[in-house]
Design a protein around this ligand. Structure first.
Ligand code: SF4
Length: 677
């Protein structure tokens, strides 16, 4: 297999999908005379095994799409109108240096804000040389994110780190709980492993407030009310303790706080938990007994359940289940969430850090930051993201981006809803045009991504963008002289880089099988799982003082806005907001779905165009009447571009209980006819 970009004959180049997706599939790009002609899954990849998803298997078309941005652009029309003229790199860099320099001269470095998301989750293209660049400017800092941190923070309260089981080990389980994760859609390469477990006799249980395609394929589907998962865990713990499913030997050796936990959950009878979750007490009894009896039982969870105001607390509580039953002892037991926390056995991205002790803003609250920061932000850099569509309070973000006294720089491949507000847009490469390494968060393989073709037009990798900006702004740091290979080499350790580069993937240097806590070894100061409040628990015990989605969250009146809004990914051909412009026509378009009871109560019929609204915004969408949600809950899937289609116009941007993350799913709305009767 060739790895040369310079070759002009037909050859294959190994790479790795860079998207914010747990699967990090290995792929092969076929190149003919310097042009990519095909992209397919790498059949040798141990996890993705030769399959790419419908989102990515058309990537080559996107690379060569006629509306790709291939030169720098400078705004010529009103902000948001998307009117730009082409510019040379020198012109665009000079303009940025002049305008950002003027902002710093007048307002100081903290008037500059960098913002990125995970449009690529590659080691060097997502975030590397941006760090010394913005540290040198003395910019403000965006901290936290919308996803991942609440789960990791809550899990760490119990375990001391975010490290859990290898998801692929669920094939050895007797019972698999897929908790708040739509595996068949958003973690599709794990589904064959789930089917393997079922073929070997495992029961597959899905716990989700929405009937997903994964729920349809489960042996047992449990549908609690949104935001009540912690109560369900506490009810299960009540039964496990009451009925003697505790592994007292494991608990005594490897945990602290069991007695306090047992006293606490004594009050969480199945009746109390069932009332909170909207489930029959018998459902909780049966689920807990199955969990206690199974040897072993495996819990697979991902992102969804953290998007509540008590999101961290849920993961803290969930982590107690496999400790109490001692299922960590067994291959096929325990709990898996993101396995990204394991990557640091081979990856140290702190080599890109620079001293940078300035004011911070929650990166998930960009709208508030751009409209409320005092002193104000006057220069914004955006890369690897489209926050107008992907982030909450999108109308507030638009208002901030429209400010005349804000200078905005965006690095993008296409003119997204966010890029339309930029003053300068720099052309970004796609994954088959740049070098990177991908630390996965759904499996234990590190992926290499060799550039298969030369960058199109004048597009550059993000690393090169920071080098050019640093030169234009006269910023010196030795790392700006490093090549991409040198950046990667500096960050990798304990791994054979040549093997990684030649095969396209290599397993992290971890025991195989993993069995992380079979004999304790938790990362807490006591080296034990902390089952009760301790120094690690800033919220005290994990007593849910209220259930956000049903009692008091969102700050909106529940009488005026009686429906809980879920904003899941239901589309199969685009990922977050990427591909939405090019593959969106292959999907049905956004819609709102209600249960028949709620539709009838509002005099709404299937197919009606209805208003979905709250104090933050309003969407007009076709109504589907279905059975995916319970009464009191509405669905609007997210990800489509366009002002009239971004469901994040409605969503809550409150931080979760760890101070980071976003409580998207504690959003209240009402649905009504477009023209009130
Ligand atoms: S988006 Fe996910 S499933 Fe699709 S090719 Fe990329 S890593 Fe694989």
């Amino acid at each position: 297999m060739s790895t040369s970009v310079a070759s002009t004959d037909r050859h294959d180049v190994p790479g790795t999908c860079h998207h914010d997706c747990p699967d990090s599939c290995g792929w092969i790009t076929t190149v003919e005379h310097g042009r990519a002609v095909a992209l397919r899954g790498n059949p040798d990849h141990p996890y993705s095994a030769g399959e790419l998803c419908p989102k990515v298997n058309r990537l080559v078309r996107r690379v060569y799409a006629p509306d790709r941005i291939l030169t720098p652009l400078i705004r010529t029309g009103p902000k948001g109108a998307g009117e730009f003229g082409p510019a040379s790199w020198d012109e665009a860099l000079s303009l940025v240096a002049e305008r950002v320099g003027a902002v710093i001269d007048e307002h100081g470095g903290e008037a500059v804000l960098p913002w990125n998301s995970a449009g690529t989750q590659g080691l060097i293209q997502m975030s590397s040389l941006d760090r010394p660049f913005f540290a040198a400017l003395g910019s403000s800092r965006g901290v936290g994110s919308v996803c991942g941190l609440a789960a990791r923070s809550g899990f760490s309260m119990t375990y001391g780190s975010g490290r859990g089981a290898d998801p692929s080990d669920l094939r050895h389980a007797e019972l698999v709980l897929l908790w708040g994760t739509n595996t068949r859609l958003t973690n599709r390469h794990l589904w064959p492993v789930v089917e393997d477990a079922r073929a070997a006799g495992a029961e597959i249980v899905v716990i989700d407030p929405m009937r997903t395609i994964t729920a349809d394929a489960a042996d047992w589907f449990i549908q609690p009310l949104p935001g009540t998962d912690t109560a369900l865990v506490l009810g299960m713990l009540h039964v496990l303790v009451r009925d003697g499913f505790v592994d007292h030997d494991y608990v005594a050796q490897y945990s602290t706080g069991f007695d306090e936990l047992a006293r606490h959950v004594a009050t969480w009878t199945p009746e109390r938990a069932g009332a909170a979750c909207g489930l029959e007490p018998d459902t909780i009894e049966r689920l807990a007994r199955r969990y206690g009896e199974a040897s072993p039982a495996f819990i697979r969870t991902l992102i969804g359940a953290e998007h509540h105001e008590h999101g961290a607390r849920f993961f803290r509580a969930l982590g107690c289940l496999p400790v109490v039953t001692g299922s960590w002892r067994h291959l096929g037991g325990g709990l898996a969430r993101s396995v990204g926390s394991w990557a640091d056995v081979a990856v140290d991205d702190s080599v890109f850090d620079a001293p940078h002790d300035t004011r911070t803003f929650h990166a998930g609250q960009l709208g508030r930051t751009l409209t409320e920061a005092d002193p104000a932000i006057h220069a914004l850099f955006v890369w690897c993201g489209n926050p107008v569509v992907s982030h909450p309070q999108s109308e507030l973000i638009r208002r901030g981006l429209a400010r005349d006294d804000l200078f905005t720089v965006v690095s993008e491949q296409f003119l997204t809803d966010t890029a339309a507000y930029a003053d300068v847009v720099f052309p970004a490469t796609t994954q088959i045009e740049n070098l990177d390494v991908i630390p996965a968060w759904g499996h234990l393989y590190l992926g290499w991504n060799e550039p298969a073709i030369e960058p199109l037009g004048e597009a550059v990798p993000n690393t090169e963008l920071w080098r050019r900006l640093a030169a234009a702004m006269h910023i010196d740091d030795e790392r700006f002289t490093w090549s991409d290979e040198e950046l990667i080499g500096a960050a990798l350790h304990d791994i054979d880089v040549e093997e990684l580069r030649s095969t396209g993937f290599v397993r992290l240097p971890l025991p195989d099988p993993l069995l992380p806590y079979a004999e304790g070894g938790f990362a807490t100061p006591s080296a034990r799982a902390e089952l009760w409040a301790g120094d690690l628990d800033p919220v005290g015990a994990f007593v849910p003082d209220h259930m956000p989605a049903i009692e008091g969250a969102d700050g909106l009146g529940h009488g005026e806005y009686p429906l809980v809004l879920l904003t899941p990914k239901l589309h199969v051909r685009f990922l977050n907001t990427t591909y939405s412009r090019h593959h969106g026509e292959l999907e049905s378009g956004p819609f709102v779905e209600l249960d028949a009871v709620d539709a009838s109560a509002r005099g709404l019929g299937d197919g009606d165009v209805v208003r979905v609204y709250n104090d933050r915004g309003e969407l007009h969408l076709p109504l589907r009447i279905g059975d995916r949600v319970r009464p009191g809950v509405a669905i609007v899937p997210w990800g489509w571009w366009g002002a009239a289609q971004a469901v994040n116009a409605l969503t809550n941007d409150a931080a979760t209980d760890c101070g980071s993350g976003v409580a998207y799913l504690d959003t209240r709305v009402e649905v009504a006819p477009v023209t009130p009767a």
